[in-house]
Design a protein around this ligand. Structure first.
Ligand SMILES: C[S@@+](CC[C@H](N)C(=O)[O-])C[C@H]1O[C@@H](n2cnc3c(N)ncnc32)[C@H](O)[C@@H]1O
Length: 423
């Protein structure tokens, strides 16, 4: 009788996830969602996220430890996970080596000796390789070369500070629903639940220790939502008064839609082209007890959905590289390509140009991205202003921003805002 096939270990699953991202260009969340919830999933997630967060540094080590192509290439998964455990985790080194060798053997039994030699060699040379990695810009930044070059070109004075911030764990910030509570009262509620927090905005509280949303007091009842502090600037910057007609042109999953509706009694139309993501808008609004007209459509093709009534305010939270919030998705930097920037810039320009006619004279359009790359931000807005003489860019009251750009910090992601007024 055959013995039952052993269940894959968290190390095997993490190695598989690392291969899926680095070699196959698949997303980490897609891989993680396919695992059953529980301890094994949490352990797999810790290993996969940790490895991908440091993949630049770990690949640098590997390139110094082996000078030929891996055969099969999938061996990169268990080797990087093994190096991550040796370099950046609490796992005792003999256990890290043994586990990595066993995982390698499951993929290619003949590579057991190679894995053993590579990892033991790393332990011997760790101090020397660490010093070399700290002097290498790619290993130090854990970013692909084009990404680092882009940051250095766009933010010559700030690029190292951005890199250092991106290496931190992302903050978890809450938005208090001011229809139900106040920021300060809710902060007290949190503190009574042993959840200390820092005030980081008008309705924003950043938790000292991130937690699962299910344990947040009042979450199910809609008292609070999770939203980055920089994203919470959008609703106030729209400069809305009650009774206005508001369009949220790229709305899913609905964070900014909900924030606008918590603050103001307005007729809001929320559009997104992604039907699956649009369901999240519905769920979020239902939880918060808010209503809006929801339309699944290409916002840049108003002929298909617009009733011809101009809007007083338009929020264009445009699809972008997400380069300002990359620490939340450790796989994103390895999945994006430099060619994505001009492609996204083209889509952003199309959305801007086609939504502008929907704004009434005297109305305001807030253009936002969660990117720190200039072609998606300053250059995009400059090109729009150059071709739209009826558009004026208004100064914003945005503490800490550089010409509309908030760079990522310990307590918020990188965001860009430009408010365009129609004459
Ligand atoms: C940055 S996200 C929006 C985040 C959202 N505003 C929030 O605060 O929760 C960008 C959204 O644009 C949507 N999108 C991309 N192209 C679009 C288009 N042509 N028309 C409408 N939505 C689009 C994407 O599906 C994505 O949900």
């Amino acid at each position: 009788m055959n013995s039952p096939t052993p269940l894959p270990t968290p190390r095997y699953l993490a190695a598989e996830a690392v291969v899926a991202v680095l070699l196959d260009g698949r997303s980490l969340s897609e891989m993680m969602e396919s695992l059953p919830p529980g301890r094994e999933r949490a352990a797999t997630q810790d290993l996969a996220y940790g490895t991908l967060r440091r993949a630049g540094r770990l690949q640098f080590f590997l390139s110094r430890l082996i000078n030929r192509d891996l055969d099969p290439p999938d061996l990169i998964g268990p080797l990087l996970v093994g190096l991550y455990e040796l370099d950046g985790s609490q796992t005792p080194s003999h256990a890290a080596v043994n586990e990595a060798v066993e995982t390698v053997a499951q993929i290619a039994p003949r590579a057991r000796g190679l894995a053993n030699a590579v990892l033991r060699n790393f332990i011997r040379r760790q101090a020397e390789l660490t010093a070399l990695a700290e002097a290498d810009p790619i290993a130090q930044s854990n970013l692909p070369p084009w990404w680092l070059a882009r940051l250095q070109r766009d933010w010559p004075q700030d690029s190292q500070a951005i890199v250092d911030t991106l290496a931190l764990h992302p903050p978890m910030t809450l938005r208090v629903n001011t229809r139900q509570s106040t920021r300060d009262d809710f902060r007290l509620t949190l503190s009574n639940h042993a959840m200390p927090s820092e005030i980081t905005g008008e309705c924003a509280l950043t938790l000292e220790r991130p937690c699962a949303v299910s344990v947040l007091p009042g979450f199910a009842a809609g008292t609070v939502s999770v939203q980055d502090a920089a994203a919470q600037y959008a609703a106030p910057l729209l400069d809305i008064t009650d009774g206005m007609r508001v369009l949220d042109a790229c709305a899913a999953p609905g964070g900014k839609t909900a924030h606008v509706l918590e603050r103001h009694r307005v007729a809001l139309t929320a559009i997104d082209s992604d039907a699956w993501r649009m369901r999240r808008v519905r769920e979020n609004l239902d939880r918060l007890g808010l209503t809006a007209e929801l339309i699944t459509a290409d916002a840049a093709n108003p002929a298909a959905w617009w009733d011809g009534q101009p809007f007083d305010r338009i929020l264009l939270d445009a699809p972008c590289t997400g380069s300002g919030m990359v620490r939340r998705h450790p796989d994103a930097r390895w999945l994006k390509r430099e060619a994505d920037i001009p492609q996204l810039a083209k889509l952003q320009a199309r959305l801007l140009a086609n939504l502008w006619p929907l704004l009434r004279h005297g109305g305001k359009l807030l253009y936002a991205t969660c990117s720190v790359f200039r072609p998606e931000n300053h250059d995009q807005v400059a090109a729009f202003l150059a071709t739209h003489p009826d558009a004026r860019r208004e100064p914003l009251d945005l503490p800490g921003a550089d010409d509309g750009q908030l760079l990522p910090t310990r307590v918020h992601d990188g965001f860009f805002y430009a408010r365009l007024c129609k004459d």
